[in-house]
Design a protein around this ligand. Structure first.
Ligand code: SF4
Length: 431
């Protein structure tokens, strides 16, 4: 069903609604039709004496069968449905080859700028003073532009986590912005306002800040610092070669731990840098359905695990992030299969930590996902406005997910620290 068809149907069964009431019903009809593949008359049959209130009640009960009776009514988020086909993601496979490369004047002679010139000889190269706005108007064209810049301010910071969520004490080093993968749930598509890939050329300056910084460690034995917040830590590593400097740097600082967080298998740099006990290479993992349908262009689970085994053999420790866990029919069996494949494949004693977090997103990101991936299934679940203004599955579904996954992971990887990510402190305490 298209948005227009949903609007026409609501207009036909309740012709006299005001704008806001119509908007809510159109969204509900559209979301139910998308999830169930059903038609208007099946979703909301024409009825004698049908009112807005009775129609909304019927639609909410069908759209939110798990939460309808228990959730406060203001937790159902029903914004205007606006789909712009011009925003749809381009899912045609292509290599990363920017059309235009901007290099800031101050790093024209940097090693990174030199490597980029060699890697993309056919790109158009432009010098920039760092003040000119670069990038494409559309997020989907972000890979057309690469900006090599000199970071001046944003070096290290505590992970902002989520307002009021239980904090794991993570620390961030912002080595780049942008990613070549297309995960349907990625927050960058809503967060990144400069539609380009940004890579800093002054890695040494980032590292020079570390010894003077004070870091949180949360429930871990040592502070953890990671670079996978605004980019995938390894997806551009063949180009940036950041690993060549990061690994030796942390080898000399065993009181800290560095985490490369990735979905890629771009591990050549790590293997060349040699292993390091306090460097953890971690992979986001998911069920086969979520990886196949929602993590476009990423390597599958087996490839990720094969890469993990290789870096473990080289002397790194491993981490895994079950994030985001998506709830759908049969999710338990599929997630159990992922855990089983990990348990059958990985050297268990090398796994340092595993995090788990269910799918969550801001209201703005929901709109972006439905525009960029109109065929998505990840939004078909029951998401409610939650304690921090984000949208999450209701408490019962989240607790079910954690009750299923946490014991399984703790049994399978007894030496790993298994923890929840960006969760309500009350829920964290109960696990
Ligand atoms: S790998 Fe991470 S950064 Fe890249 S698209 Fe997926 S979620 Fe976003």
């Amino acid at each position: 069903m298209t948005v227009q068809e949903a609007e026409n149907y609501v207009q036909a069964v309740l012709p006299d609604l005001g704008v806001n009431k119509r908007r809510e019903l159109v969204r509900l009809v559209y979301e139910i039709a998308k999830r169930d593949g059903s038609s208007g008359p099946d979703i909301l049959p024409a009825q004698k004496n049908l009112t807005f209130e009775s129609a909304k009640k019927q639609l909410l009960a069908r759209r939110y069968p798990v939460n309808f009776k228990t959730a406060a009514k203001d937790r159902f988020y029903l914004p205007k449905l606006e789909l712009n086909p011009g925003l749809e993601a381009d899912l045609t496979p292509r290599e990363f080859y920017p059309k235009t490369v901007y290099i800031e004047s101050s790093v024209l002679g940097s090693e990174l700028a030199g490597r980029v010139r060699e890697a993309f000889p056919k790109a158009e190269f432009k010098e920039t003073d760092g003040k000119t706005q670069v990038g494409s108007p559309n997020f989907s064209q972000r890979l057309d532009t690469l900006l090599i810049h000199c970071e001046k301010y944003d070096f290290l910071k505590p992970c902002p986590c989520s307002c009021s969520a239980a904090c794991c004490g993570y620390n961030l080093i912002n080595l780049g912005f942008g990613c070549r993968f297309e995960c349907e749930y990625c927050f960058l598509q809503q967060y990144q306002n400069l539609h380009a890939v940004l890579l800093p050329a002054n890695l040494d300056e980032f590292l020079s800040k570390i010894d003077r910084a004070s870091f949180r460690k949360g429930p871990f034995d040592r502070p953890r610092i990671g670079s996978g917040e605004f980019t995938d830590s390894l997806v551009f590593d063949d180009l940036t070669q950041y690993s060549q400097k990061i690994v030796p740097f942390f080898r000399k600082r065993p009181h800290l731990q560095f985490e490369f967080k990735t979905k890629s298998v771009n591990i050549g740099g790590l293997l060349k840098a040699g292993g390091c006990e306090n460097v953890v290479v971690s992979w986001s993992v998911n069920s086969a359905s979520v990886t196949d349908r929602a993590e476009h262009f990423t390597p599958g689970l087996s490839a990720r695990l094969a890469a993990a085994c290789e870096v473990a053999r080289a002397g790194y420790r491993l981490g895994f992030h079950f994030d985001p866990v998506v709830i759908y029919d049969g999710w338990q069996q599929e997630y159990a299969r992922t855990v089983q494949e990990m348990a059958d494949t990985l050297p268990k004693e090398r796994v340092a930590w595993i995090s788990v977090g269910t799918l969550r997103f801001s209201r703005e990101l929901k709109k972006m996902i439905e525009n960029r991936f109109p065929q998505n299934t990840i939004l078909d679940g029951e998401f409610l406005l939650d304690f921090d203004g984000k949208m999450r599955y209701g408490d019962t579904q989240r607790k079910d997910a954690y009750q299923f996954l946490l014991p399984l992971l703790r049994r399978s990887f007894p030496q790993a620290q298994v923890y929840l990510c960006m969760e309500d402190p009350q829920i964290v305490r109960s696990f």
